[in-house]
Design a protein around this ligand. Structure first.
Ligand SMILES: [Zn+2]
Ligand SMILES: [Zn+2]
Length: 269
């Protein structure tokens, strides 16, 4: 049996116990001269962004690295990789950032700022940052002001040969495609998949699983799954799903299109 090395009551280890010198090493910051309780060193882990530990003690290094999941295997044109991120409740953005889309003509950021200075003399220092082809980001004094100007739809910029539209900017403006959301009736599941998790697995061969109608299942034995799909017209009559070692035909019946998706430009369908 090896020797048990004792730890001091404040969580530090005395080097004394190894080398016969009375120097404490802090377990938190690994610097000598103090223990955990007396540690005032400001830590920052660059990996996870927490201030509780050093990067060498971060557990993220040792955990399995997340991977994107392949869904939509039921038919060609449905496949996609999804990042398994749990959605946070969407918060109303307080940040008054607007997307200015040029729908007619061509302008530079400078011309846009000049036009806004002429048209909206609110004592506001206008500035514009090119965002994507024919669009700019502009900070507004308030979200209300963005909505106010949004009501004009397309309007001519005074002094410029261009028409623009102002709308609220959100991170979704970076998206290039939106899935179509549909309710689908699912059947043909083996007993081992007749539960919430099983319905999720069956739905995932069409696309992202957005909702499971468990109430209808409990009442009427009908499985309804709301899925996000690349193209609802490509939902097949059935698709294969393996529960080792058997392959089952999972049948689908498109019930209702909840929201049509498609390609997006500057966050708009
Ligand atoms: Zn310390
Ligand atoms: Zn960390």
């Amino acid at each position: 049996m090896g020797q048990v090395s004792p730890t001091n009551s404040d969580g530090s280890k005395s080097v004394e116990q190894r080398e016969g010198l009375a120097v404490k090493i802090c377990y938190r910051c690994e610097l000598p001269g103090h223990g955990i309780k007396a540690c005032k060193i400001v830590l920052f882990c660059v990996v996870c962004g927490k201030d509780t530990h050093m990067v060498t003690k971060c557990v993220m290094h040792t955990q399995a690295k997340p991977i994107s999941q392949l869904v939509g295997s039921a038919a060609d044109g449905l496949q996609m990789f999804i990042a398994p991120v749990t959605k946070k409740a969407t918060v109303e953005s307080k940040d008054a950032m607007a997307l200015v889309s040029v729908h007619f003509g061509e302008i530079t950021a400078e011309q846009l700022v000049n036009a806004f200075n002429r048209m909206f003399q609110w004592g506001w220092a206008w500035s514009a940052k090119p965002f994507a082809p024919s669009s700019f980001l502009m900070r507004f004094p308030s979200v209300q002001k963005i909505d106010e100007i949004n009501q004009f739809n397309d309007f001519c910029l005074v002094g410029e040969r261009a028409e623009v539209m102002v709308s609220r900017w959100s991170p979704e403006n970076l998206a290039q495609f939106k899935l179509t959301s549909v309710w689908v009736k699912v059947s043909g599941l083996p007993d081992s998949l007749l539960n919430y998790q099983g319905f999720c697995m069956a739905g995932s061969i069409l696309g992202t699983v957005q909702e499971i109608d468990m109430i209808t299942y409990r009442k009427m034995d009908v499985i309804r799954v709301r899925v996000g799909v690349m193209d609802h017209r490509k939902i097949p009559e059935w698709g294969p799903l393996t529960v080792d070692p058997f392959i089952y035909r999972i049948y689908f019946q498109l019930e209702q299109v909840v929201e049509l998706g498609g390609p997006m430009i500057s966050g708009l369908l």
